[in-house]
Design a binder for this molecule. Structure first.
Ligand code: ATP
Length: 237
């Protein structure tokens, strides 16, 4: 129900043979808030998000999203989630319209054509709908990625380093977009980032991760006071 947290994670662990990627983490993300997983390379951010999405099976622990147990009620939860990840490429021969249509159908949306038109309009992609995705600029490709992530109007949005590979102007545009998106929709976001400035702009609370563990937590202001205005790689690596 709507009174449960958007995300409840307890005792979560993932081991790959001798490597412990995620080491017994627990946290809750309240509905309508943005929580950041802040940490450098190998901290376990991507593995955590992959377990929420069902791409990686936990070694131990429990996950609940939007009131659903992700072990037994995965399908119901996944319909209400979506994600953006630089690790997921889109088929470059498909047009923007085709790419967005694939996602709309994957999510079982009704009124697919109207939904594709509406999300394209929202992300200033209307004039590019019939262009092959491979012929777009970097900024336009980024906007298609966001359109795919938002096409089902997710209640829980998982963002894995959403600006990591972007030029500074596009990264700034993406951060502004999500600021406005949060205010407009009240959606919940789990954001993996290594960038304190990004976290400060978007997050209500921060979980600082290193080597698979949550080593500190607080508001962005708390962490700024403790560690300064720096990228977290510089703090921990
Ligand atoms: P990055 O930003 O570099 O992706 P991250 O915080 O997202 O960092 P993870 O990708 O979750 O970190 O990786 C955490 C640790 O788990 C790393 O030491 C990584 O090498 C290891 N790891 C992740 N996936 C696998 C895998 N499939 N097999 C073996 N080890 C893995």
């Amino acid at each position: 129900g709507a009174d449960t947290p958007a995300l409840e994670i307890s005792g979560l662990r993932k081991c790959y043979g001798p490597v412990t990627a995620v080491d017994d983490i627990s946290f809750t993300v309240p509905r309508g808030s943005t929580t950041a997983l802040l940490g450098g390379n190998g901290a376990g951010k991507t593995t955590t998000i992959a377990m929420v999405l069902g791409l990686v099976t936990p070694t131990a622990g429990s996950l609940h999203a939007l009131g659903y147990d992700l072990e037994t009620e995965r399908r119901q939860a996944n319909a209400l989630m979506n994600f953006e990840s630089p690790y997921v490429d889109m088929p470059m021969r498909l047009t923007v319209r085709e790419n967005l249509t694939v996602y709309a159908r994957l999510y079982g949306l009704s009124h697919v054509r109207e939904r594709v038109r509406a999300i394209a309009d929202d992300l200033a992609l209307t004039e590019f709908l019939d262009r092959p995705s491979g012929k777009l600029s970097a900024g336009q490709k980024t906007r298609v990625g966001l359109a795919k992530a938002l096409i089902n109007e997710p209640e829980l949005l998982l963002l894995d380093e959403p600006t990591a590979s972007l030029d500074p102007d596009t990264a700034d545009w993406v951060r502004s977009y999500f600021e406005a998106y949060k205010a407009r929709t009240g959606a919940t976001i789990l954001l993996a980032s290594h960038n304190m400035g990004e976290v400060e702009r978007l997050a209500d609370s921060v979980l600082m991760m290193t080597r698979g563990r949550i080593v500190d937590r607080g508001s962005p202001a708390d962490l700024l006071a403790r560690y300064g205005r720096t990228n977290m790689e510089e703090v921990f690596l």
